[in-house]
Ligand binder design. Structure first.
Ligand code: 5RP
Length: 233
């Protein structure tokens, strides 16, 4: 199986968890895109669900698929969110935000009774951190916020690069919420919980890509087949 086939296989397994009447959170990224496509087929075949997308990109795809959408204002509690991840460990701790949707992804995951991660085997790691940690910040006071983050990181990572994410046009990448993203190349995050609480204490930090205690299960597609972690049902 190539990478796309693996993503599709993980998405198809997660789609088996969907029942009539469910309120769903729809993730963002190339793996979540497969899930939304499969869900669209089921909706067109008669499945009744309402969904909250985690990004404008996912909203557009879901609309094109004919999937009924709602908002967290109309539907503040969801049954299940299915989303991809940039990394996950055996304890279902995640790094997310490679696609820049971490803020809405985290709000939607937190509003869901269950969050199931879908990924190919390359995302499954022993220790989080090889993927640079996205940190979403308010553009106001960017430089001051960046320096405050660098000081916090320097306690454990004395020379970790902290880079403002840019789009293809060279301008700063702007999230759906109008914020910027700083990517922290940390390599190994031995204590993600401690880092998470340090980051949220910095004014200007809107959210970070450590998803801790949010995922209840994962479907990981490998060459040898599907591996399931945690609880799917
Ligand atoms: O967090 C995300 C977007 O903000 C994505 O879930 C993450 O980047 C994984 O994407 P992909 O499935 O394309 O590898």
């Amino acid at each position: 199986m190539n990478a796309e086939e693996m993503k599709r296989a993980a998405a198809a397994r997660a789609a088996e968890l969907v029942r009539d009447g469910m309120r769903l959170g729809l993730g963002t990224g190339s793996t979540a895109r497969h899930f939304v496509a499969i869900l669209g087929e089921k909706v067109r075949a008669g499945l009744k669900v309402v969904c909250v997308p985690t990004s404008e990109a996912t909203r557009l795809q879901a609309e094109a698929e004919g999937i009924p959408l709602t908002t967290l204002d109309e539907t503040p509690a969801l049954d299940l969110t299915v989303d991809g991840a940039d990394e996950l460990d055996d304890s279902l701790r995640l790094i997310k935000g490679g696609g820049g949707a971490l803020l809405r992804e985290k709000i939607v995951a937190a509003a869901s009774r269950r969050m199931v991660v879908i990924a190919d085997g390359s995302k499954h790691v022993d220790v989080l951190g090889r993927f640079p940690l996205p940190i979403e910040v308010n553009p106001f006071g960017l430089r001051a916020t960046q320096e405050a983050i660098a000081q916090v990181l320097a306690r454990r990572w004395p020379s970790a690069p902290l880079t403002l994410r840019r789009g293809g046009d060279g301008n700063p990448f702007v999230t759906d919420g109008g914020h910027f993203i700083l990517d922290a190349a940390l390599q190994r995050i031995e204590e993600p919980e401690a880092l998470a609480s340090d980051l949220v204490a910095i004014p200007g930090v809107v959210e970070h890509g450590l998803f801790l205690g949010l995922a209840s299960g994962a479907v990981i597609a490998t060459e040898a087949g599907l591996v399931e972690l945690g609880e799917l049902g």
